[in-house]
Design a protein around this ligand. Structure first.
Ligand SMILES: C[S@@+](CC[C@H](N)C(=O)[O-])C[C@H]1O[C@@H](n2cnc3c(N)ncnc32)[C@H](O)[C@@H]1O
Length: 379
């Protein structure tokens, strides 16, 4: 049964289902003869419609991906002996005469996605099924290029990040080596991905530095980069707040905790970086500072206080960036299903400081009685 659950989860994660048909009912007495599932686009994203065929009627039910992952194994276990699944990458047949010993076979794909089912079957910048050196080295893919089920979320996150990076390339200088710094790179899946995409795929001349406090992580990343022959990718041990370099065209900082994000943004502004991509997390700094009589009912509740603290912190960052002359958009990085830390600050340097944001920032910090690092340490 686990293998069926894993297969359905993988198909849902990769968003490449074309059609799924359940038939050959287990009990003669069952009223439902067949179930067919098709994906469709809704305003909230990809959904699935299950069509239940009875003797004299047909019924429909709309499902999320998570609901589909629960429903299909359950139907195979209790109602149907056979499932045929058609995806953009492969066909699968599940024969489950004995519910606990299903046989799953995989064949080349026989169906093409139709525009009226799911017109944008996800095309990843780095596709599943094609070997990619750094993903193999980091254990996300096997040697044949197949993404391991347990790393599918990371795989999607990497591709989402590259999509966002691809959208800001036009704002970066074209006439010289691009200098990019990833502050708080950690194990650097996304730093490697950025190098791979810009250098190996797009042929751009890049000098990328990944910086982190952790010596063991930096050693691992440096060895990996050199074994892959990624010459323009370096890793350094260091603290974002102390980091001194001459410049960067693009500053990336993904999930660097609390005020580390502020120091990354301040560095970016001091270097007049063209682009900043930042996913803040653990916004704790203002938690104990926030004071406001009118909002005291909200501030009394720890969970509300914590959530609001994150929103206020990122609003302050937005205003500061605008004051510095950046055009700021807050975009969804990964689906909320995966992590609550999913807001990315995407800032593009326009060279036109916004006075109104400077004024709003003063009002808002006074109103909440806070002294954020990005304000105090801006110089
Ligand atoms: C949650 S991990 C994120 C790793 C990676 N950026 C990602 O999104 O997958 C945060 C990393 O930031 C690093 N970090 C936190 N504060 C830092 C600082 N002041 N200077 C350098 N690195 C820092 C931590 O050591 C950790 O590896």
């Amino acid at each position: 049964m686990n293998s069926i659950i894993e297969l359905i989860e993988k198909i849902v994660e990769s968003e490449n289902l074309i059609r799924l048909v359940l038939g050959n009912k287990r009990k003669k007495s069952s009223l439902c003869r067949k179930v067919t599932v098709r994906p469709f686009n809704s305003s909230g994203g990809l959904m699935y419609q299950a069509e239940y065929v009875y003797e004299k009627k047909v019924m429909h039910e709309n499902l999320t991906g998570a609901e589909l992952c629960e429903l299909i194994p359950d139907l195979i276990h209790n109602e149907f002996r056979q499932a045929n699944i058609f995806t953009a990458e492969a066909d699968y047949q599940i024969l489950a005469a004995k519910p606990d010993k299903p046989r799953i076979s995989e064949l080349p794909p026989s169906m093409k996605a139709q525009s009226n089912t799911h017109d944008n079957v996800k095309k990843y910048i780095i596709p599943d099924g094609k070997p990619c050196d750094f993903l193999i080295r980091l254990g996300v893919m096997n040697d044949a290029g197949q993404v391991l089920h347990k790393h599918y979320r990371k795989f999607r996150q990497i591709n989402r990040f590259l999509e966002i990076a691809g959208d800001v390339i036009d704002y970066l200088p074209k006439d010289r080596t691009l200098k990019i710094i990833d502050f708080g790179c950690g194990k650097a899946y996304l730093t490697f991905a950025l190098y791979y995409y810009l250098n190996k795929e797009l042929g751009m001349d890049v000098d990328i530095v990944g910086l982190d406090l952790k010596a063991d992580v930096i050693q691992f990343c440096s060895e990996t980069a050199s074994s892959l022959g990624y010459d323009g990718l370096r890793f350094e041990i260091g603290d974002i707040a102390e980091y001194k370099d001459t410049h960067a065209d693009m500053v990336v900082t993904l999930h660097a905790c609390d005020t580390a994000t502020d120091f990354a943004l301040i560095n970016a502004k001091n270097w007049n970086a063209s682009v900043i991509l930042s996913v803040p997390c653990c916004q704790h700094e203002l938690f104990s500072q926030m004071k406001n009589e009118l909002h005291s009912p909200m501030l009394r509740q720890g969970i509300l206080r914590e959530r609001f603290c994150a929103i206020l912190t990122d609003t302050v960052r937005q205003l500061k960036l605008e004051e510095w002359g950046y055009d700021v958009s807050m975009i969804e990085f990964t689906s909320l299903e995966h992590t609550a830390k999913n807001i990315m600050i995407r800032a593009v340097n326009t060279g036109k400081p916004k006075l109104s944001s400077k004024e709003q920032l003063v009002k808002i910090t006074d109103y909440w009685n806070v002294r954020p690092t990005i304000v105090v340490c801006d110089r």
